[in-house]
Design a protein around this ligand. Structure first.
Ligand SMILES: Cc1cc2nc3c(=O)[nH]c(=O)nc-3n(C[C@H](O)[C@H](O)[C@H](O)COP(=O)(O)OP(=O)(O)OC[C@H]3O[C@@H](n4cnc5c(N)ncnc54)[C@H](O)[C@@H]3O)c2cc1C
Length: 170
């Protein structure tokens, strides 16, 4: 949901991937999800099949698929350096191993700048604060789907209440 009525990006994306969607005006948002007291001019994009990925389940699944396709995974090992010699890439790890290959793909997330030796890259890692708020039992939030509010200060988003212990994490 946002103050902008322009949902072109979301609509194009849903169309491209054949997803069922609805564009809601502020009145429809208030009627269907009364917990949101949105003002006139707000609009919403509702996608019936929206969901979220639980990394603790998804990452091991991706790793299994990779292994089944011939990948060799080395867990709990840090890449400490890499170099290029004679058109080959050499990777050095914290357990003193050395790997030689034709190509290197670095996916170090927030630590990419140092590992990729991109000192000139003008990126700054910023802290993203996450906090969990519980709602009173049997409140209207119990019927909410996954939702996001796009505010000038940033995005607020939430997930439906899950049975305690169902998901890993807090
Ligand atoms: C609180 C929070 C909520 C978020 N919510 C969403 C969301 O709802 N939807 C969404 O799309 N995105 C969300 N994101 C963003 C998303 O998590 C990131 O964009 C995504 O994880 C980035 O993936 P990545 O593979 O680039 O980096 P990462 O997921 O950070 O993975 C990098 C990995 O590299 C490892 N690594 C780093 N350096 C080395 C090294 N030298 N040697 C070996 N390994 C190394 C790290 O340990 C890490 O495991 C959220 C992020 C945060 C912080």
């Amino acid at each position: 949901m946002s103050t902008s009525a322009n949902k072109r990006g979301e609509v194009e994306c849903a169309k491209e991937h054949n997803l069922k969607y609805e564009v809601l005006d502020s009145k429809q948002i208030r009627e269907r999800f009364p917990v949101f007291e949105v003002s006139e001019g707000w609009s919403g994009f509702y996608e019936e099949s929206a969901g979220f990925v639980v990394p603790e389940w998804a990452i091991p699944a991706y790793a299994d698929i990779a292994r089944k396709n011939g990948a060799e995974l080395h867990e709990n090992v840090q890449v400490v350096d890499w170099s290029i010699e004679n058109d080959k890439v050499i990777v050095y790890t914290s357990d003193s191993q050395k790997f030689i290959g034709d190509k290197l793909v670095l996916t170090a997330g927030a630590r990419i700048k140092a590992l990729a030796k991109l000192d000139d890259l003008k990126i700054q890692v910023t802290r993203q604060v996450l906090w969990w708020l519980d709602a009173p039992k049997n409140s209207p939030v119990d019927t909410l789907p996954i939702w996001a509010l796009q505010l000038p200060e940033g995005i607020l988003h939430g997930v439906p209440r899950m049975p305690h212990g169902y998901l890993p994490g807090p």
